[in-house]
Design a protein around this ligand. Structure first.
Ligand code: SAJ
Length: 411
């Protein structure tokens, strides 16, 4: 019986997950190493922007159902939602999972369940179970005792879309990979407290690969759109018109080109596949290269236009990795703006309605934060990097005397 859940890692996934379980009546303890985030959560204020999360968090904190701490506490089920970055050479870095395992281990008791939600390379769940077992020789784990183990271990990758997390965390189907069938069943029982979607049971390794596959699929398809945008530019064809027409075919569904692929998931996860099967993962690797090359191409376009002007003013519209979010992680828009600022020779304005202050990576270079009206008044070159709603609705006449580089097909 699950009456208390511990969520380790209170970021974009962990915090909404913790709040949703708390709202279903479960006692939830969230743990994070970030003391400021813990303080803010306990005050009922999210430290991240996600639609409706503020109202939900306030409700569950006031009801005493969710509490944040910096130290892991005892629970019946532990959900690990920590980052899984890669090292410089694209090798996955599991140090946060290892640290979480070491923090959970002393609190474990017979019957407990640990679920790894972090997107992970194949084999990470087994590795987590090994780290746990090394700390607790007094308990048995699935790799040692199979179905009879004291502790259950499963992988259930998060698959929610930032911006729609509170809906998708409940509605989406879940892939539940158990180290044994009993482990999977225990995880299904936990998720069924809140999840309305189907819970599909498999092995931990298949669940790990399923998540990586979904994001690699999207990356490959975005790479196709990005490559088309380069081809169309060379051939003087409007890529957005082309894609719209091609998509009228009943079996064609091309995604949208952009300034590159950002976020903490799609730009990262395919590398986990490439790292574990480098010989075979040719297409997946190429897609990463195509998408990672797009910012450079955009910078080239802007620089070419700026070179023709005296004292050019360049306004970059959007820094986030996708529309209507504040998340700047792995953002190609941020990278393009930073590199334009670093190149010198132009005044760079950055318009990002979703952040209060520019990151120091930009302000240190002299990039100035501007509101929409100032940027439209002062810029010679307007570079649309993110299709935020605020940018879509501007009066096109205000761009008539501007040089426009539109990476999103909005203007
Ligand atoms: N992008 C394009 N063109 C498109 C679609 C997206 O350039 O047509 C770009 C976006 O601008 C952004 C990047 O791709 O820079 C990724 O955005 P996204 O909306 O495709 O995905 P994420 O990173 O917000 O969330 C993805 C989702 N995975 C899939 O759709 C397969 C989500 O369901 C996952 O839970 C999430 O990754 C994750 O956490 O792994």
């Amino acid at each position: 019986m699950i009456s208390r859940i511990s969520v380790i890692g209170l970021g974009y996934i962990g915090l909404p997950t913790a709040a949703v379980f708390a709202d279903a009546g479960v006692e939830v303890i969230g743990t994070d190493v970030n003391e400021e985030a813990v303080r803010s959560i306990n005050a009922g204020e999210p430290h991240i922007v996600e639609p409706d999360l503020d109202v939900l968090l306030r409700r569950v904190v006031e009801a005493g159902k969710l509490r944040a701490t910096t130290e892991v506490e005892q629970a019946d089920g532990f959900i690990v939602a920590v980052p899984t970055p890669f090292k410089g050479d694209h090798e996955p870095d599991l140090k946060y999972i290892e640290a979480a395992s070491k923090a959970i281990a002393p609190k474990l008791k017979t019957g407990d369940l640990i679920i790894l939600e972090s997107t992970s390379p194949v084999g990470a769940t087994e590795k987590m179970a090994e780290w746990l077992a090394a700390e607790r020789p007094d308990l048995t784990f699935p790799q040692q005792a199979g179905e009879a183990s004291d502790i259950r271990v499963a992988h259930c990758p998060e698959r929610v879309l930032p911006g729609k997390i509170l809906i998708e965390v409940i509605e989406n189907s879940r892939v539940v990979g158990g180290m044994t069938p009993k482990c999977a069943q225990a995880a299904v029982d936990l998720y069924k407290i809140v999840v309305k979607g189907e819970c599909i049971v498999t092995t931990a390794r298949t669940a790990e690969m399923a998540k990586l596959t979904e994001n690699a699929f999207r990356d490959v398809n975005i790479a196709f759109a990005n490559e088309l945008s380069l081809i169309c530019d060379r051939l003087d064809i409007d890529v957005w018109e082309l894609i719209k027409m091609a998509n009228l075919h009943p079996r064609v569904s091309i995604l949208q080109p952009g300034p590159g692929v950002g976020g903490h998931c799609i730009a990262v996860d395919p590398w986990f596949i490439v790292d574990s099967a480098p010989e075979e993962a040719k297409l997946i690797r190429t897609a990463r290269t195509v998408n990672d090359g797009k910012p450079e191409w955009v910078i080239g376009k802007v620089t070419e236009k700026a070179a023709k002007l005296k004292d050019p003013v360049i306004a970059c519209f959007g820094l986030a990795f996708k529309p209507d979010v504040d998340d700047l992680r792995e953002s190609p828009a941020l990278e393009i703006t930073r590199r334009l600022g670093a190149a010198g020779g132009a005044r760079i304005l950055a318009v990002e309605p979703h952040v209060k202050a520019l990151p120091s990576a930009l302000s240190d270079l002299g990039v100035e934060q501007a509101d929409l009206d100032t940027a439209l008044a002062e810029a010679d070159i307007c570079v649309l990097l993110v299709d935020h709603s605020d940018f879509k609705t501007i009066d096109r006449a205000r761009l008539d005397d501007k040089i426009v580089v539109d990476t999103r097909g909005v203007w």
